[in-house]
Every structure is written in structure tokens, then in C-alpha cells.
Design a protein. Sequence first.
Length: 211
Amino acid sequence: MRVLPVDPASPRDDKLAQAVEVLAGAGVVALPTETFYGLAADAFAPVALARVNALKGKPTDSPILLLLADRKQAAQVVRSPPLLFERLAERFWPGPLTLVVPAAPAVPLEVTGGGSTVAVRVPGLALPRRVAAGLGRPISGVSANPTGHPPLRAASDVAQLFPVGLEMILDGGAALGGAPSTILDLSTATPRLLREGLIPLSALRPFLAPG
């Protein structure tokens, strides 16, 4: 397992290229987001996604959240997004708002958990966005901790909990921690708040009000 120190706000191109090479080869990379460290894999590499689930001890029918380089990259994994998706993405991305929408047919079962939806966001931190941009595809964004354990803020803790199974850790220093991303389900006629996180419900209400 390689550990590369990086500036998460302005990562160097050569270090990004090394991470992208690992992901393109169906490897798994741990990296910081604006909240905690996450496990990144190519969203279209079922073998790598299965490894992410195995590392976390997650069941195979558990959906995997995806991180996008930008709003345009959503087109690879989202099918017929509602108008509200575009409005919320324009206002809150990049940032800690996860939107659940209908999944495109090409999205692997490992991402959807066998369902019909996909959870996506454009993270506020530059590092995961740049990695997804370099790969040219979304990456997984599940937290880098075994299921049932608290999320991790330090690369050293990630290395300790996952001594095997990771090809690389991008050490961006201490993640900020705090609340996780807010999750809003837009896959049905009436939006549903699945988890209130860094973005409070009060900030979303103007977009959810009828008319």
C-alpha cells in the first residue's frame, strides 16, 4: 500500500495521475473528502466496487454513494433527472448534498444494490473532484471505516484499520469531520429527506415548497 501526501485543496497533477492509474486498474484508493476519509473505486468497475463492500463489511445489496467531478458527469450515471435535481445541484454543488435519483441502465448493480436509484454528489473538496475528473468517471464515496465503526479523519487511522486491501492512501492531513452529507431522495414524486447532515433542512425548504 502506497501512502502519498497531497494537498487536498490543490493536489499536484503527478500525484493525481498515480491515483487515477490505480483506479483505472480496478484498485481502491482512500482519500479525504470535506467531511471524512472515503474509499474510492471506479464507479464502473464491479470488481473494485465489490472490494469496497468487502472492506467495509457491507452487504452486497447495500448501495454505494458516488462522487462526481462536476454536474456534467452526472449524465453518466443518472437517468431522466427531475428539474429539482438541476436546481439543487446548481445551488449546493460542490458541497455536502447527496441526491438520490433514477439510475442510468449502465450503472453496475454493485452501485445500486440491485435497486433503481443512485446517490450522487459533487464534493466540496477539490481532491476527489480532480480524481474523478482524471479518471473520466464517477468514483465511490463511501466512508473509509468498517461498518459500525465511526468515520475516520486521519490517513494513519485508515492505514491501521485497513492494513490490506488498499492500493493507495492519499494523505491530505486531517479531514474536517463533523456531520456527514445531507441525503435527499428525489426518485419519487415527493422528495424525502433521508439524512440531515451539513446542509440543514431549513436550507432546502425553499426548494421543496409547492409551486
